[in-house]
Design a binder for this molecule. Structure first.
Ligand code: CDP
Ligand code: CDP
Length: 228
């Protein structure tokens, strides 16, 4: 039977993690899981229910009411996230959610809730998952770990272009402030802070095209498949 591995992609916000994860999943016929979408969907639920997430009991109760699923879009085959049966793939990308997601993702109970489900999804291997703690906490034994980065100004510009398409009122300053704030909280929190795993390979795609970044990662995949 064909060998399958687990590929983890962690790194700073908006550097191109999910783009690469989707490219790899398509090339290899693997399942792609956007772990950030889970934290964003949980944040959306908390915001909609006006939850005070500084209260442990409130968080624990709310988590028992949240069901997250990834289902494939019949039109383009892309995996999309559903929150209690509702497709929230688009709405979770809003800056309103991005403003609060790092606060919510720093809560221990929220992380336990998400990590347990992420680990279940990786049981059969053949998965590419991107996030912040995938190589360090979720799959510490993954066969290939990639840590992505890109220059700050390039990351801001990339995310600004995406958000501007949806909302022309958005400013580059807002996007820059959000990225800086999330990167700071994500890398300084107590539980599972963002850091490069010791055995992760660094990929700086500041000056790489999509094709170039994919070729580098595919070379790594084939090396690891030979070793697996
Ligand atoms: O796509 P982008 O880099 O903007 O962020 P994302 O992957 O959608 O993740 C949104 C937020 O979720 C991050 O800023 C983190 O606060 C949190 N996150 C996390 O804590 N752990 C993960 N494995 C993935 C995301
Ligand atoms: O998942 P993450 O937040 O790290 O980033 P992303 O959503 O994959 O990528 C952010 C933006 O950068 C997307 O609009 C990509 O098309 C773009 N990108 C790029 O311009 N050049 C690359 N080499 C990789 C991504």
């Amino acid at each position: 039977m064909e060998k399958k591995i687990i590929i983890t992609i962690d790194g700073w916000s908006s550097c191109g993690k999910s783009t690469l994860a989707k490219q790899l999943a398509r090339e290899l016929g693997y399942v792609y899981i956007d772990s950030g979408a889970m934290y964003r969907a949980i944040t959306l639920y908390f915001l909609r229910n006006h939850l005070d997430w500084t209260k442990h009991k409130a968080v624990e109760d709310a988590l028992t009411k949240i069901n997250l699923e990834f289902l494939s879009n019949h039109k383009n085959g892309q995996s999309e996230i559903y929150l209690n049966g509702e497709n929230v793939e688009y709405v979770i990308r809003d800056l309103v959610v991005a403003e609060k997601v790092s606060e919510v993702a720093a809560i221990k109970e929220v992380r336990q809730f998400a990590v347990r489900q992420q680990q279940d999804m990786g049981q059969k291997k053949g998965i590419v998952m991107d996030g912040r703690d995938i190589g360090t906490v979720v799959f510490p034994d993954a066969e290939l770990k990639i840590f992505m980065t890109a220059d700050n100004a390039i990351r801001v510009e990339r995310r600004f272009r995406e958000l501007y398409e949806k909302n022309p009122n958005i400013t580059i300053e807002e996007v820059k402030a959000n990225l800086e704030m999330r990167d700071y909280i994500d890398s300084h929190r107590e539980v599972s802070p963002l850091r490069q795993a010791e055995d992760a390979l660094l990929l700086d795609n500041s000056r790489l095209t999509m094709r170039e970044q994919l070729d580098i990662a595919l070379k790594w995949v084939h090396e690891r498949l030979k070793m697996a």
